[in-house]
Write a protein that binds this ligand. Structure first.
Ligand code: 13P
Length: 341
């Protein structure tokens, strides 16, 4: 392992004013997204859609540091035969790869899931490196509800994250460590804080035990927000303060950077929350975005699978990337959204 090189890549992933495009939806998830816009999810349609994003020069050059790909995409070629990975690299962004293999029910833990995919990971990583991937992602999901999450679930998922992260570093790939506390439930923001704190504590204990080098990783956490079904809403400032507090308690300063998931927040909420955290300032790590839905919702609904909509969809993507780039600097303003609308 060359830690200086890992650290260089990790810092590039969280470079000032830039963030990560999570375009690594599994075939099942992208089908759901395409169903919503009336597009059949064929291999070519998935290629065309992602090629459109990666060819959005303004967004990719100025606001996107890296792209997380799904296995299918990392081997795919654009319509003109150029590998998609080459298009990403040419824009200056770093290709990354989702390496977990989804979730399975955790035995004796009703309603809880554990992320799988460790068995052949050591063999798969060098192939991804050769194909151009310099970072990877593994997502653990922690649901909040009556009596859950259990310690069993938190521990099993944290242990898998740490084993994955160590394997990545040994293969000279920067791990994105993503323990996602879901915002699906009816819990309030205080409960989200409590669960997020517990999960991050256990994750960093496991990372320590697995000898993961913090300078060579990026953390991808949820923000501390109320569950979607909670009647008790939280202000932008509350979300920012509680999230920053949870991170300060749990995340060592040596971690190269933090790139949030959007988790089902509206596009503008995800931007406003990130911006408010960066306005607090004086933090030991760069805070940026690694959004899937909050970057892609606008281009997807503009594109609708039609080639005549490509330019408008690319503008929609560039706008969200720019807004989030500004939020990563704490320089976003709500009226920048209105001007674009
Ligand atoms: P969302 O921003 O849509 O939550 O996706 C980010 C991601 O990569 C989830 O694993």
């Amino acid at each position: 392992m060359n830690l200086a090189e890992l650290n260089k890549v990790a810092l590039a992933m969280v470079a000032p004013g830039k963030g990560i495009l999570a375009a690594d939806e599994s075939s099942g998830t992208i089908k759901k997204r395409f169903d919503a816009i009336g597009v059949e999810s064929t291999e070519d349609a998935r290629r065309d859609y992602r090629e459109m994003l990666f060819r959005s020069t303004e967004a990719m050059k100025n606001h996107i540091s890296g792209v997380i790909l799904y296995d299918e995409t990392i081997w795919q070629k654009a319509k003109d035969g150029t590998p998609l990975v080459e298009i990403i690299k040419k824009s200056g962004a770093i290709p990354g790869i989702k390496v977990d293999e989804g979730t399975k029910p955790l035995p004796f833990a009703p309603g809880e899931l554990v992320t799988i995919g460790l068995d052949k990971l050591a063999d798969r990583l060098p192939k991804y490196f050769e194909q151009g991937a310099r970072f990877a992602k593994w997502r653990a999901v922690i649901d909040v509800g009556a009596g859950i999450p259990s310690y069993n679930c938190i521990k099993a998922n944290a242990h898998a994250l740490a084993r994955y992260a160590a394997l990545c570093q040994a293969a000279q790939i920067v791990p994105i460590v993503e323990p996602e506390v879901l915002m699906d439930g009816g819990h309030d923001i205080d409960r989200c804080f409590e669960v997020t704190e517990k999960v991050l504590k256990v994750v960093f204990n496991e990372l320590f035990d697995a000898h993961v080098q913090l300078e060579g990783m990026v953390l991808k956490p949820n923000m501390v927000v109320p569950g979607k079904k909670s009647a008790k809403r939280a202000s932008v400032e509350q979300v920012a303060e509680q999230t920053v507090t949870a991170l300060k308690i749990c995340v060592p300063a040596l971690v190269a950077g933090i790139a949030f998931l959007s988790g089902g927040q509206s596009d503008e909420d995800a931007t406003a929350h990130l911006d408010a955290m960066n306005k607090i300032g004086n933090l030991p790590w760069p805070l940026t975005f690694s959004y899937g839905r909050a970057l892609q919702h606008a281009p997807q609904t503009t594109w609708k699978g039609k080639s005549e909509n490509v330019a408008a969809a690319q503008r929609a993507f560039s706008h969200r990337a720019k807004m989030n780039g500004l939020a990563a600097l704490g320089q976003w303003k709500a009226d920048l959204e209105k001007k674009a609308a």
